[in-house]
Design a protein around this ligand. Structure first.
Ligand SMILES: Nc1ccn([C@@H]2O[C@H](COP(=O)(O)OP(=O)(O)OP(=O)(O)O)[C@@H](O)[C@H]2O)c(=O)n1
Ligand SMILES: C/C(=C\CO)CCC[C@H](C)CCC[C@H](C)CCCC(C)C
Length: 308
């Protein structure tokens, strides 16, 4: 786990919240917006349905201990099922001709990482929750490998994820994508903005560059005829917007405090650098799903832990 001296943000350890007398599991939800509050209530009632008798939930809510591993396992299982269903929806849309294959692949690229980070707050504060959460990208990496190596072939899955419809491709871009999510979860989880910023730029930034660039990217970059001003501009803007939204989401939930002026400048720099790296003509030997998160993490570590 990478621990950073923090000036741009302060990680709120649970010890800092001791003035709050509410149950431990609810303290970090001190001032979050109504929609998140409602999501939490929905999640609680859902857990109540699946997790057994009402009494079991009451024990967790009234206890001053972190919620049990059972709740985290249910959360993980629901997310694994959700991830499977999400990709299946794109498969069905592709089969029915509603979505063109490349657009479907890029929408999966944008949405799965985004949804993955959005569900992090549903995991408990227990130390094991990060490892249960990372079972999502790991399970999907295994699914990619199993398909790519020919042990099992899920044609719909291969078609919705790959560029040209061949299973061998799964071990490149999509596999690196799952690997990047895994590394950001292990190293940063929700305790620091570094990992989630890298995920935001890889998912929204790189994904939108392709979607916008392919449709309106006629003006090409002077040093790379495959990339366009429109693609790179949308990568920069969507990377900034999603990173700031993640920071707002996690700070509203009390995971850390943010100095917004520093954070905004840091995100502008990180997003700009990642956009420049993505635009370089190095695609043939360096995949964007490696270079973009890597440069975002390195810059994030430097900027989020030092005043600008
Ligand atoms: N800055 C960018 C990035 C991408 N594109 C557009 O998106 C297409 C795909 O770009 P990219 O994702 O880099 O290509 P691949 O590496 O082939 O695809 P992927 O990484 O998704 O496998 C480019 O041909 C281009 O039309 C663009 O205009 N400007
Ligand atoms: C097409 C992709 C990359 C190419 O640039 C994206 C591949 C996506 C992975 C196979 C699936 C990743 C799933 C997430 C780890 C979990 C999402 C959970 C959420 C609840 C939907």
């Amino acid at each position: 786990m990478v621990s950073l001296p923090s000036t741009v943000y302060n990680h709120l350890s649970h010890g800092h919240m001791s003035a709050d007398r509410r149950p431990y599991s609810l303290q970090r939800f001190a001032s979050f917006p109504t929609f998140i509050h409602e999501a939490r209530i929905v999640a609680s009632s859902w857990r109540r349905c699946i997790g057994g008798p009402q009494q079991r939930l009451d024990v967790h809510v009234c206890s001053s201990f972190p919620p049990g591993i059972g709740e985290d396992i249910i959360c993980t299982a629901a997310a694994l099922g959700g991830a499977y269903a999400w990709i299946r929806i794109f498969d069905i849309l592709g089969k029915n001709g509603v979505l063109e294959q490349n657009l479907s692949r890029k929408l999966i690229h944008v949405s799965t990482g985004l949804l993955y980070v959005l569900i992090w707050p549903f995991f408990s504060p227990a130390p094991w929750s990060r490892y249960l959460a990372l079972s999502l990208p790991v399970a999907n990496a295994i699914r990619l490998a199993v398909n790519a190596l020919g042990f099992f072939e899920d044609e719909g899955f291969v078609k919705s994820i790959s560029r040209g419809g061949t299973s061998g491709e799964l071990l490149r871009g999509p596999f690196y994508y799952a690997l990047a999510l895994t590394c950001c979860t292990v190293c940063f989880w929700r305790d620091s903005p570094v990992g989630m910023t890298a995920i935001a730029i890889m998912c929204a930034g790189d994904g939108m560059a392709d979607i916008v660039g392919r449709h309106v990217g006629s003006a090409k970059l002077p040093y790379n005829a495959c990339k366009s001003w429109a693609g790179s501009t949308s990568m920069f803007v969507s990377g900034c917007v999603l990173s700031l939204s993640f920071l707002k989401y996690f700070s509203a939930l009390g995971f850390y405090d943010v100095d917004w002026a520093h954070a905004a400048w840091s995100i502008l720099y990180i997003s700009l650098l990642a956009t420049i790296v993505e635009s370089l003509p190095v695609n043939s030997f360096l995949d964007d799903n490696i270079s973009v998160p890597l440069v975002s993490v390195v810059t994030g570590i430097l900027l989020f832990s030092n005043p600008l």
